[in-house]
Design a protein around this ligand. Sequence first.
Ligand SMILES: [Fe+2]
Length: 268
Amino acid sequence: MPSTALDPRFSVVDVSAFSRRHIADIAARKLAAARIPGCFDRAALDSMTAALHRLPTVDYHPVRVAMTRFGPALNDYRTPQGVLEAERYWAAADAAERMWREAAMEPDPARMSLDMLGKAWGAKVTAATIGGRPAFVGMMREINAGTLLHYDDIHLEYPAGLFDQEIVSQLTYNAYLAVPEEGGGTRLWQHRWEASDDTHRQRYGYDPCVVDGCRRVTIAPGHGDALLFNPNHYHRVLPNGQGEEGRRRVTVTFFLGLTPAGDLVAWS
Ligand SMILES: [Fe+2]
């Protein structure tokens, strides 16, 4: 049976600020996740969400899981062989950056988040680069119906490499701009992809049987929370509840990569 008991090697901590240690422990998979409850205050959230309607979004339906998003994710611009479709990606990245400037979201949640993470790490977080060009950072995503079980691993998505920087370890960052009254949690399992899992692929994700018996934690989203976890662990977003109000779950989301030189770089 999956257990929700907090294992010392797989726990979630609530903190008032991220530290270098939190980031290093999540990168090393010693800590499941760290969260800053209410990292963004109500006034900042109100002004961010007021600007949401100024952003054109595209509906994104990877086989029946509906989400709406703004800004390109590198993972969606790769060929079946794991090569970047560069022309399409850069066109989308340029367009997203232009629209982002025009929407003038103040304060800028992606900027604030990168600054905060740089402070925690002790060195500025910069965008990962591809042929010298900075990747897009700061995708906004609305997921209301949950996602399938999956993991994210840039090395498996782009086996021949993608960035100018080598990535030793990967983290996911989420900032919650809007949360549902109930549901919408992030569930993580203490299990990393292994080759035998691929017999249980299910559309873009995996059959839940691959995490049977694994330790798990569920992190409920709160207004303005900031969350860090290691996406090599299998995870999924749970569907929003049925409550009449607050049915939207909107996050600003990007990945962080730790380089051999000890720098943190970001991409979406
Ligand atoms: Fe993910």
